[in-house]
Design a protein around this ligand. Structure first.
Ligand code: UTP
Length: 290
């Protein structure tokens, strides 16, 4: 079995929940303090052994490519003014991994975005998908690393999951467990996208996947779904007869930075983790509470 070394990051959605900024800036570029969200996500995957990335981008949004590109002029200026620390920082960004880009012609859904990755994945058995608007904190093992471990044990499709409050289940894809859902990794028999009532569990699929190569064939055979989009959830459901699918409950905290409140929470929590900001931010929050 070949190691998982490739990841697809779909970042071509419309980002309507974060307009107007997302008119020209992909939400994946929204900064958490001074670092775009997508950089945290690539670091999470690199830590798990991913070396090659394909980012699915949309037209008129070149900010992601510019961010990971080498900027000679800036490098020269930093060098000439002796800003070694900053120079090192931007070198690290440009050299983090092999990154390729492809433009999704229209926002025809997450399933459609992933189909653009077929030739990039080639004949690899499986690959990782990380949604660019889900930020997941980690300490030693990253969320996608936990999913890769689950794949190595099961060879199944792996969905990154987390328990959510029952009243929130209508916002997510919710899994129907086949075996004991209290386990870290458990098999599922179905999933329901945004159930309006009677959710089959309170375990939601949140932005991280390990998908088998055959998903491309299945996506091509999957009918256009909700919102006139090709839905990844529908393709995964169609694959359940042929390949087992597991929920892997990752340990990190997850933030939906495509949502304004989720973005604010991530900003505060990440500021509180930083030595240069922690005390000032805490003091300010305490002042507000008074
Ligand atoms: P979302 O549904 O969260 O993204 O898609 P969205 O449509 O951009 O957001 P809102 O709801 O309008 O605010 C999940 C992920 O799939 C990508 C998005 O960029 C996001 O990372 N995506 C979605 C694509 O790349 N292409 C698509 O056609 C749809």
């Amino acid at each position: 079995m070949k190691k998982i070394t490739k990841a697809i990051i779909p970042a071509a959605g419309l980002g309507t929940r974060f307009l107007p900024v997302t008119k020209s800036l992909p939400k994946e570029m929204l900064p958490i303090i001074d670092t775009p969200n997508i950089y945290y996500i690539i670091k999470e995957a690199v830590l798990a052994g991913i070396t090659d990335f394909l980012i699915i981008v949309s037209r008129n949004k070149t900010a992601i490519e510019d961010f990971f590109d080498i900027n000679y002029e800036l490098e020269m200026r930093l060098k000439n003014s002796g800003k070694e620390k900053e120079l090192e920082m931007i070198h690290e960004v440009a050299n983090i991994a092999n990154i390729q880009y492809v433009h999704q012609k229209e926002p025809a859904g997450l399933g459609d975005a992933i189909l653009y990755g077929e030739s990039f994945i080639g004949d690899d058995d499986a690959f990782a998908v990380l949604l660019g608007d889900d930020l997941i904190s980690y300490e030693e093992k990253s969320a996608i690393g936990e999913l890769i471990d689950a794949y190595n044990k099961t060879q199944g499709t792996i969905l990154g999951c987390k328990e959510v409050p029952l009243e929130m289940t209508k916002k997510y894809g919710i899994v129907t467990p086949k075996d004991d859902p209290s386990k870290e990794i458990f098999e599922i028999k179905d999933m329901v996208e945004k159930p309006k009532e009677n959710p089959p569990s309170n375990i939601a699929v949140l932005g991280r996947y390990i998908l088998p190569n055959e998903i491309f064939k299945i996506l091509k055979e999957t009918k256009i779904g909700v919102g006139g989009e090709l839905q990844l959830t529908d393709a995964i459901k169609n694959s359940l007869n042929n390949r087992s699918c597991y929920a892997c409950k990752f340990t990190g905290e997850r933030y939906d930075i495509g949502d304004k409140f989720g973005y604010i929470k991530a900003t505060i929590d990440y500021a509180l983790k930083r030595d240069d900001l922690k005390n000032k931010v805490l003091e300010y929050l305490q002042q507000l509470l008074k």
